[in-house]
Design a binder for this molecule. Structure first.
Ligand code: ADE
Ligand code: ZN
Length: 353
């Protein structure tokens, strides 16, 4: 219901007013890795608390290492950073710090990825991971009214057998996560490698999503759709190389969780000015804006919105509204919640002077 919203009038007020609206509008975040929210300050605090040696003398030296050339160069640093997480309280503290930031960005619903194998491979019990994160989700709901859900990701550079073992280990905590995803090094690890474990996850009634078309080709997006039968594609920006695929994604309303700052930091696009978000929206895709690994990529979800709109002046108030509306549609939240958030979104836009 957008009849009461005058998008042209909002645009006429200029970029600062639009940036303010981008920050204030309610939104869902659907693509954020909780290990990617681990800020350098918290890495150092946890390293000290858990007596884990770090390869960097201080926060500034660590931050200076955040110069990535591709996905793998980032993942190497990201997995090393996660090495300071040892106990349930560490997982709670990390997730809680994210939820405080998300609430400040007017995120009303977050579906948060976590990578259990990154921790269980180091001897951390999966219970510490899931229970710590779950308690932070509960507190986010109590304190901020932010509905927070977890999605368990399999690391695609490991085997499908390892993914099966992880799913089995997680089943005692089945109520604490709503779905499974697929992340880590994309090239050379096509979705088909995980066909059986995704079929099992679907049988268990879990939602299914997968990273595809970030660095990998459009064929990986097709594989995720056809073989894994995913409900959303994480990133998916390379779909534009296959017009028939774009047409299918639009027709079937398969959402893409796009992460602009991530894409620039990992050299998927040379700059925000060259990002294809406007083309994805023009093609009628259910695109959303998300932060991916905000502690590593220079910003949380509102930074992604504000910087992307500043770099792409063809994006205006209608696109802002559409992206927030898409985030609710694309979420796995109950329909009644989606309707409530969508109505609040309309109220915020209609109240603009
Ligand atoms: N794990 C954390 N961030 C990721 C990304 N952008 N792509 C794949 N795996 C990830
Ligand atoms: Zn991601």
């Amino acid at each position: 219901m957008t009849t009461a919203i005058d998008f042209d009038r909002i645009d006429a007020r200029g970029p600062a007013a639009l940036a303010s609206l981008l920050r204030r509008m309610p939104k869902a975040e659907l693509h954020v890795h909780v290990e990617g929210t681990l800020e350098p300050e918290l890495i150092f605090r946890l390293a000290e608390r858990n007596r884990v040696p770090l390869a960097y003398p201080g926060v500034e030296a660590l931050r200076a290492a955040y110069a990535f050339t591709d996905l793998q160069s980032f993942l190497d640093v990201y997995y090393a950073g996660a090495g300071v997480l040892r106990h349930e309280a560490d997982f709670f503290d990390m997730a809680w710090a994210y939820f405080e930031r998300a609430a400040a960005d007017n995120v009303v619903h977050a579906e948060v990825f976590f990578d259990p194998q990154t921790h269980t491979e180091r001897g951390v019990p999966i219970e510490a991971v899931i229970v710590g994160l779950h308690h932070a989700c509960q507190r986010a709901h109590q304190e901020f009214g932010l509905s927070a859900k977890l999605i368990l990701c399999f690391l695609r550079h490991l085997s499908e057998d390892a993914a099966f073992a992880t799913l089995e280990q997680a089943l005692p905590y089945r109520d604490h996560f709503i779905g499974v995803g697929l992340d880590s090094s994309e090239r050379g690890h096509p979705p088909e490698k995980f066909a059986r474990v995704f079929a099992r996850a679907r049988e268990l009634g879990l939602h299914v999503v997968a990273h595809a078309g970030e660095e990998g080709p459009p064929a990986y997006i097709r594989g995720a759709l056809v073989v894994l039968r995913v409900e959303r594609i994480d990133h998916g920006v390379r779909c534009v190389e296959d017009p028939a695929l774009v047409e299918r994604l639009a027709r079937e309303r398969v959402p893409l969780t796009v992460c602009p700052l991530s894409n620039v930091k990992l050299c998927v696009f040379p700059s925000l000015e060259r990002h294809n978000l406007p083309a994805l929206l023009d093609a009628g895709l259910v695109a959303t804006v998300n932060s991916d690994d905000p502690a590593y990529f220079g910003g949380y979800v509102n930074d992604n919105f504000v910087q992307t709109f500043a770099a792409l002046p063809q994006l205006g108030a209608r696109h802002a509204w559409q992206l927030a509306a898409n985030s609710f549609e694309a979420s796995f939240a109950p329909e009644a919640d989606k309707r409530r958030w969508a109505a609040e979104l309309d109220r915020v836009f209609a109240a603009e002077p």
